[in-house]
Write a protein that binds this ligand. Structure first.
Ligand SMILES: *Cc1c(COP(=O)(O)O)cnc(C)c1O
Length: 390
């Protein structure tokens, strides 16, 4: 048994995120008949409001799955065995999606990028222009790379496809940006948007999402990859009447229904502004400590998380462990090539200024406790910013 600790645990990883009380209470409702009239009403209400969050007028497919399931679903519904997928490859989650693509029998091509910068759109455009035979059937990008805190320019990728007249499907992972950062499925011409439940949406892990464009729905007709559980067609058919072809994750839908209410009550514009402002406050704290933000392009700073570079010779995971033991706060570990080199501060989801202030205080106390070379008072910079900037 873990020792009992007073106060609440600070879960400041970039997902899963903290559950708002309203969401926790919604989760605890009794389970209902997933073929009854109450369920159908809930489905319609959730699906209609999800469209607002994805900024699409098209359908949103919800799976009882993690984000990985959403990745696989996007691929198997639209592509055929051996099809070439070009991945913007600048982080651990892009690599993860590539593995799924290779696993279902697709040909993976990497457009290698520096992890500390967004994918170079000029290089992307050159590769697309070169592909005269139109072998690339899909371009896949991670909007907000959760391993690095770097944001890729999705509208820019769309423009590169359009300028080269390339017909590849544009697939985008928004698992850690949806409902935290402005993301426009329709306006940016995305063909399949992939999301998950446990980050900006403020509900537990367990739901995966696909938002397909009309072009993606058309691609289904010729897509030859085997699919059954992930098949959009059957789900969308059942959704017409408010149902699913399997038992949906009913209590997670209660949670989603409540979280959507919260997001729309606050207003998406305000939700995005809150995340942007708290991200700025976090970066001010990092600089105040004399440390570096891992992302080197200020136009590409994530609003969901900040990856902080540890001074040479100091292990980020030792710092994280001390912060967990002493101050009961979980921070994100460095993933892949960044293991031990960075720690990640999650600042997305159900956050207010004092949650952020407590988080930053925990980091500053941890730096001091571990004798990590830094300047005290980074928190002061963040507080001054938060106090002045409403
Ligand atoms: C968390 C995350 C995922 C993975 O989702 P799982 O629910 O763990 O399968 C995928 N992509 C990004 C960008 C993420 O942040």
């Amino acid at each position: 048994m873990a020792q009992t600790r007073a106060g609440r645990h600070f879960l400041q990883i970039p997902g899963p995120t903290n559950l708002p009380g309203r969401v926790q209470r919604a989760l605890s409702r009794p389970t209902i008949d997933h073929r009854g009239p109450d369920w159908a009403r809930l489905t319609f209400r959730v699906l209609e409001r999800l469209q607002k969050v994805f900024q699409t007028s098209g359908p949103v497919v919800v799976y009882p799955s993690s984000g990985n399931g959403g990745w696989e679903a996007a691929l198997v519904n639209t592509l055929s065995p051996g099809d070439r997928v070009l991945f913007g490859s600048n982080g651990q989650f892009a690599s993860g999606w590539q593995k799924v693509a290779a696993g279902v029998g697709l040909t993976v091509e990497e457009l290698q990028g520096d992890w500390s910068c967004p994918i170079d759109l000029a290089a992307l455009e050159r590769r697309l222009a070169e592909d005269q035979g139109r072998e690339i059937r899909a371009l896949a990008l991670v909007h907000n790379e959760t391993s690095t805190g770097v944001v890729n320019d999705i509208a820019g990728a769309r423009a590169a496809l359009d300028r080269t007249g390339h017909d590849a499907l544009l697939m985008v992972d928004v698992v850690s940006s949806l409902a935290a950062m402005d993301y426009r499925h329709d306006e940016w011409g995305v063909d399949v948007t992939v999301a998950g439940s446990q980050k900006g949406l403020m509900i537990p892990p367990g739901l995966g999402f696909n938002a397909p464009s009309p072009k993606a729905l058309e691609a289904v007709k010729t897509a030859g990859l085997p699919r059954s559980y992930w098949d959009w067609g059957r789900i969308l058919e059942f959704n017409q009447d408010g149902f699913y072809p399997y038992t949906p994750a009913t209590n997670l839908f209660y949670a989603l229904d409540e979280a959507l209410s919260m997001l729309l009550e606050e207003g998406l514009t305000q939700v995005f502004a809150r995340h942007a402002r708290q991200a700025e406050a976090t970066r001010r704290a990092v600089r105040g400590w004399g440390l570096d933000v891992y992302c080197r392009d200020p136009r590409a700073y994530s609003h969901s998380l900040t990856a902080v570079v540890m001074p040479a010779g100091y292990n980020a995971d030792v710092l994280r462990q001390v912060i967990l033991e002493r101050f009961d706060m979980s921070l994100g570990t460095g993933l892949g090539q960044l293991k031990g080199k960075v720690f990640r501060i999650g600042h997305l989801g159900d956050m207010n200024d004092l949650t952020l202030a407590g988080t930053l205080c925990g980091v500053e106390m941890g730096l001091a406790a571990c004798d990590v070379p830094h300047v005290g008072g980074g928190v002061k910079e963040a507080l001054a910013f938060l106090a002045k900037d409403p």
